[in-house]
Design a binder for this molecule. Structure first.
Ligand SMILES: Cc1cc2nc3c(=O)[nH]c(=O)nc-3n(C[C@H](O)[C@H](O)[C@H](O)COP(=O)(O)O)c2cc1C
Length: 401
């Protein structure tokens, strides 16, 4: 239950008021960040549990549904959903229908994992692909459990148009599945970010070398996706200084990401989504890189994410630092604001369903990325400031935000 101070603070903020986002009208400025749950079938088809889960969270202004493979080659984690075939489109229709039935708005995050994959997840046991043959440290989560990441195969230049086409088709499919828009996942050390940073991209063709060249894949993907959905239904997610998935920093993150954002701004996109700092970690940004420069360089709405408490979100709005705030675990642990679970049902599936998937008779622990990125999903429950989790939408009918 909100105390009177909370209620007064809420009244002062437009965080809880409607806002236009491109082609959609959102009920509030609170966004459910994309959260991989690894609950799809082995064929990448979304399940009934996913429809229930997203439907429960429809009172967030916007849901960005979990990272979703744009092709079989894009896959880097077992049990993640896809958006490249008819059965997957039909599965997603149940999700979008559940969210729309509760008055919500939902975008789909489009994903190619690049080198963060494993031959056992790839068609024909092929090597994962990347800008360059540079191996990341870490493990892939496969159907047989964790397996060390392998050295990927560097993409041939001629193959890259095929990757752009995979994004275009996935965006088209997302529209067919009833999504209100899509987010291009260009963050957290996956394929597009592997191209963006010179720490990982050692190419000498038109997609490597200068920052103009390294940004080319993202800009081509953006043009293709905007062509399929309409630019006003497209957002882009960046994580300019995050080392997620062992991706080394760019030699000049401020110059590289400012270049990228200035060009993205020309497309008339709905929003720019920035993970501020280390994904799920420190909000500190090294060096003299002021992320507000990105906000100022971009014409659409600016969505901020990473470590936002209720108070920090209110403050960001009061100070005009962000248009929308995305929250991760607080929203996946609880349904959205004002949405109570049905009588006799828990607000969320049992803990074992969050962290484990039944395979045969064995309960198999999900990978950290599926549970909560590089840290256990319940980190937030064990640590973090209590203030932060007051934002959690308690599942009571009273609005807390
Ligand atoms: C369980 C879990 C799954 C995640 N899956 C994704 C994902 O699919 N795509 C993505 O871009 N980020 C993913 N992230 C990162 C979150 O979207 C978010 O950036 C991160 O949790 C930081 O926000 P927070 O401090 O509000 O939690 C995931 C995080 C968690 C905890």
């Amino acid at each position: 239950m909100p105390d009177s101070t909370t209620a007064t603070r809420q009244d002062c903020s437009d965080l809880f008021k409607p806002v236009r986002l491109g082609a959609s009208m959102l009920a509030n400025r609170i966004v459910m960040a994309p959260l991989t749950r690894s609950r799809a079938g082995d064929d990448g088809v979304p399940t009934a549990l996913m429809a229930e889960y997203y439907g429960q969270r429809a009172s967030a202004g916007l849901i960005i549904a979990e990272a979703t493979n744009i092709s079989p080659q894009a896959r880097g984690y077992a049990f993640t959903p896809g958006i490249y075939d008819g059965a997957q489109i039909e599965g997603w229709k149940k999700v979008t229908h559940a969210v729309h039935a509760h008055g919500g708005t939902i975008f789909l995050q489009l994903w190619h994992t690049g080198r963060i994959s494993h031959p056992s997840l790839q068609p024909g046991g092929a090597l994962p692909v990347a800008p360059s043959a540079v191996c990341a440290k870490g493990n892939a989560y496969t159907a047989a459990g964790y397996q060390p990441l392998v050295t990927p195969r560097a993409l041939e230049t001629a193959e890259i148009t095929g990757i752009v086409e995979q994004y275009r088709r996935a965006a088209h499919n997302a529209m067919a599945a009833g999504f209100d828009g899509v987010e291009v996942h260009a963050a957290n050390g996956y394929l597009i970010e592997q191209f963006l940073r010179d720490s990982c991209n050692h190419r000498t063709d038109a997609y490597g070398g200068s920052r103009e060249h390294r940004a080319r894949l993202l800009l081509e993907v953006t043009a293709a996706v905007a062509g399929a959905c309409g630019a006003q239904r497209v957002g882009i997610r960046l994580s300019p200084v995050s080392p997620a998935n062992d991706l080394g920093q760019d030699s000049d993150p401020a110059a590289t990401y400012l270049h990228v954002v200035k060009h993205l701004s020309d497309y008339g996109l709905a929003y720019l989504h920035v993970i501020e700092g280390v994904t799920q970690g420190s909000r500190e940004v090294p060096g003299a890189f002021d992320l507000q420069l990105l906000r100022r360089a971009f014409k659409g709405l600016y969505m901020a994410n990473n470590g936002y408490s209720r108070e920090l979100a209110l403050q960001a709005r009061r100070r005009g630092l962000a248009d929308l705030i995305a929250f991760g675990p607080p929203l996946h642990r609880q349904p959205g604001p004002g949405r109570a679970p049905a009588p006799g049902r828990s607000a969320q599936p049992a803990r074992s369903q969050h962290l484990f998937r039944r395979r045969g008779q064995r309960l198999h622990r999900l990978p950290a990325a599926a549970r909560g990125g590089s840290q256990p999903a319940d980190r937030a429950l064990r640590g973090g400031s209590p203030e932060r989790f007051r934002i959690s939408f308690s599942g009571t009918p009273q609005r807390q935000w």
